[in-house]
Design a protein around this ligand. Structure first.
Ligand SMILES: O=c1[nH]cnc2c1ncn2[C@@H]1O[C@H](CO)[C@@H](O)[C@H]1O
Length: 320
């Protein structure tokens, strides 16, 4: 039997992160070898607590959790935390009891660089929050970018508006300097942006089906989904929620669900368009040297089989 694809999920749980983690644990194509935590939907300390809690719910306390950075790559402490999307506890204001487990001694960056060097080319990082931990791994270990198999990241808004403001998507906005380091690192990067995830909607009707199923994960998620549905209703007037994180996990699990293009991505780090992701398709040779010249290409997802993604999410969460 072929070896399972090893994945590390870098996460800021978060309601759609909880869905994504459960989905990964229910995906027979992959082996989750660790979770690393980051700020974004919640502060990093709470992200670690929620990651440990979710693994306890899943009965998978064998999976290590490594705590990540509490500040941006430029040591910024003024973080933008999306508690208005996920609730103050990050998990739909359920105030679950604290987890029994603890994070491992290693930092997220140490864990990422160690695993990538232990299994060169075999580890996929699925990055669901701001990219600070991944950029720190790239900076601290010059071999990381080539040792890591692939970095599949939820981030950016390619030729569409952002969700923090018209320019920026939340994860890139959270640490634009880190994102630019990741996009220009030479690693095999696949970006799944809002242009993709806003096509993948879990409807009210889907939620009812989850509630009616006996799936352990489906039942748990129905408890926490209210806040996420409420936010989408208010912000987008939709009767459904975007499956950002689950779609990104599935892009790593089954790349045939998306198609992508290749080119250079740079991130705006200042001004009113801070956090903007700008893709250069290399179709024109510019007369002058630009900030995109001689930078390595990455992959950007441009189409998704949205019905197939929703179907897989539903099936896997309901059978759990
Ligand atoms: O309006 C928003 N502001 C901040 N974060 C958001 C918003 N909508 C969704 N997310 C969160 O950010 C990631 C996708 O950009 C997802 O993790 C989602 O939960």
């Amino acid at each position: 039997m072929a070896e399972l694809k090893k994945i590390i999920i870098d996460t800021d749980p978060g309601i759609d992160d909880a869905m994504a983690i459960f989905l990964a644990l229910e995906s027979p194509e992959v082996e989750v070898i660790g979770l690393t935590t980051i700020y974004g939907n919640v502060y990093t300390t709470l992200a670690t607590r929620n990651a440990l809690h979710l693994l306890e719910i899943a009965g998978r306390t064998d999976i290590p959790v490594a705590e990540g950075s509490h500040v941006t790559i430029t040591k910024g402490t003024k973080l933008r935390i999306a508690d208005f999307v996920h609730g103050t506890d990050g998990l739909g204001n359920q105030n679950f009891p604290p987890p029994k487990g603890k994070p491992i001694e290693q930092s997220a960056t140490e864990f990422l660089t160690e695993q990538a060097s232990l299994y060169p080319g075999q580890v996929t990082v699925v990055a669901l929050g701001p990219l600070t931990n991944i950029a720190l791994a790239i900076q601290s270990d010059p071999a990381f970018a080539k040792n890591i198999g692939q970095i599949v990241l939820l981030g950016g808004a390619f030729a569409v508006n952002g969700n923090v403001n018209p320019a920026a998507e939340a994860n890139i906005f959270g640490d634009p300097d880190a994102a630019d380091i990741v996009f220009t690192s030479g690693a095999d990067v696949l970006a799944v942006g809002l242009n993709i995830t806003h096509q993948v909607v879990l409807t009210d009707c889907d939620r009812d089906k989850l509630a009616q199923s006996n799936g352990k994960f489906a039942q748990y998620l129905c408890k926490i989904l209210d806040v996420y549905f409420g936010y989408h209703h208010d912000a987008y007037s939709t009767k459904g929620v975007y499956l950002h994180d689950p779609t990104t996990v599935l892009a790593a699990v089954d790349p045939s669900l998306i198609t992508c293009v290749e080119g250079v991505v740079r991130v705006q780090t200042i001004g009113i368009t801070r956090g903007l992701t700008l893709f250069y398709n290399k179709q024109k040779r510019f007369g002058e040297v630009t900030e995109w010249s001689d930078k390595p290409s990455v992959k950007v997802a441009v189409t998704v089989d949205a019905p197939a993604v929703v179907k897989l999410v539903m099936e896997r969460l309901m059978k759990s």
